[in-house]
Design a binder for this molecule. Structure first.
Ligand code: ZN
Length: 436
């Protein structure tokens, strides 16, 4: 038997697989460089056969330079009896990302300027990094800081910050054309589930769903550290960046909020209109947000020198939920159902963009007689044909200037109906793809 029950089971299966991938990746300590990123990409490559690329420290990339590589083995603050009162091995967030190595005894007052807490969310450990200014520090819950007695502490950060490389992963699927669709997810956050293991998991499974297909567009999937990773990729690929026609940054796509989309810099790109159509933005205007030069790697892709049509798909927007960038963005914060729903939306988007073409009505003088072509349902039922209104809209608007998405938007009909009507009309030679 097929039907809704099977679809639910199938959906749960992918959602569960993405959740399990997040469970495996969550304990790994990632940063913008280092072995945690390599291990993450190695695990991702079990889902999607990405190529892993290493860019050496010191490589100039646009206005930046690939930084030293950071690795950390252990870090703690121990009291005079040797008891660890802050322990990196208990939570990756306990250490400020890119902390320089240190081994010293100091008083609590000396230590205090290097301790980061969230007084307004006293039970949570904050996520703090310092990539481009050398320093060190620890992060902890305010309630735990409040319990620390005065006294002398042993402070150890067993890390190194030295020449190495920046690591990113890339998967490319050639299509019928060289025009590309870019899917990008950042890989630099340590134990944070929604931001952005959710994006990594959905991107990996979206790519996996395309394996073995020969789409119209070529697809490029990028798993790279935030900011410096996309800047590095752009710098190394300047000559082919122009092939990217549409793109999507996936970030924060696993929480229980509903899907939301941030527009490209242009705001009226095809991908903006495609996602708005799928999110039914007419009825849910809050689902679409205007571009701003803040957020994730869409900032780099939309910089004026590139101006790539790359939007950002998320659920609850970053910075607006209390779990954001804290220890509460954990495995309990993301859900298989939300991951599944995000993946489905991405697949619908791919399907829409793949099928969105402009056609020409080959019998534009008056309405063609649809009945004798089996496209005008007679009374009394019969096999379900294309939607009658969709057929009429496609015929009316297909003058070589309106894409199927334009027609869906103007008619208020779902893209799926419009595309099915176009296929039926093409099959009876009433419609042909427009050459221009
Ligand atoms: Zn983040």
């Amino acid at each position: 038997m097929t039907g809704a029950a099977d679809q639910v089971a199938e959906g749960t299966r992918f959602g569960q697989q993405m959740y399990e991938l997040i469970e495996r990746l969550y304990p790994i300590n990632r940063s913008i460089t280092g072995d945690g990123v390599r291990e993450t990409l190695r695990i991702v490559s079990e889902v999607l056969p990405i190529e892993i690329r290493e860019v050496p420290t010191g490589t100039p990339v646009l206005d930046w330079t690939v930084p030293n590589e950071w690795n950390i083995r252990d870090a703690y603050v121990a009291d005079s009896s040797g008891h660890r009162v802050i322990d990196f091995r208990e939570h990756n967030l306990h250490v400020v990302g890119y902390s320089t190595p240190l081994r010293r005894r100091m008083s609590l007052s000396e230590l205090r300027p290097h301790l980061h807490t969230l007084p307004d969310r006293p039970d949570l450990i904050p996520y703090v990094t310092s990539y481009y200014k050398e320093t060190w520090g620890f992060c902890l819950a305010q309630v735990d800081l409040d319990r620390l007695p005065e006294g002398e502490y042993e402070v150890v950060i067993d890390s190194d910050l030295q020449e190495g490389s920046l690591t990113y992963g890339e998967w490319f699927l050639p299509g019928e054309t060289e025009d590309e669709i870019l899917i990008s997810a950042h890989t630099c956050h340590p134990s944070l589930a929604n931001d952005n293991l959710s994006g990594i998991a959905v991107a990996a499974h979206l790519g996996r769903s395309l394996i073995g297909t020969r789409p119209r567009y070529s697809y490029r999937f990028l798993f790279a550290p935030g900011t410096i990773g996309s800047i590095t990729w752009l710098a190394l690929n300047e000559d082919r960046v122009g092939r990217i026609k549409h793109g999507l940054v996936l970030a924060g796509v696993g929480d229980r909020g509903s899907a939301a989309y941030k527009q490209t810099r242009r705001g009226d790109s095809e991908i903006d209109r495609a996602v708005a159509h799928l999110l039914e933005a007419g009825a849910h205007p809050e689902a679409v947000r205007a571009f701003s030069p803040w957020g994730y790697d869409e900032r780099q892709y939309n910089s004026p020198g590139f101006e790539l049509a790359v939007g950002c798909l998320m659920r609850t927007p970053h910075g607006t939920y209390p779990e954001y960038h804290t220890s509460a963005d954990n495995l309990g914060f993301v859900r298989a159902e939300s991951l599944e729903s995000s993946l489905e939306l991405c697949r619908s988007l791919v399907d829409l963009v793949e099928r969105n073409r402009t056609y020409r009505n080959l019998s534009p003088r008056g309405e063609p007689q649809l009945g004798r072509r089996g496209l005008y349902p007679s009374t009394g039922g019969g096999p379900a044909g294309p939607d009658r209104m969709a057929v009429l809209w496609v015929l009316n608007q297909s003058d070589g200037r309106h894409s199927l998405l334009d027609i869906a938007t103007r008619s208020g009909l779902r893209f799926e109906l419009i595309a099915a009507a176009a296929a039926a009309l093409e099959a009876v030679d009433l419609l042909a793809p427009s050459s221009d």
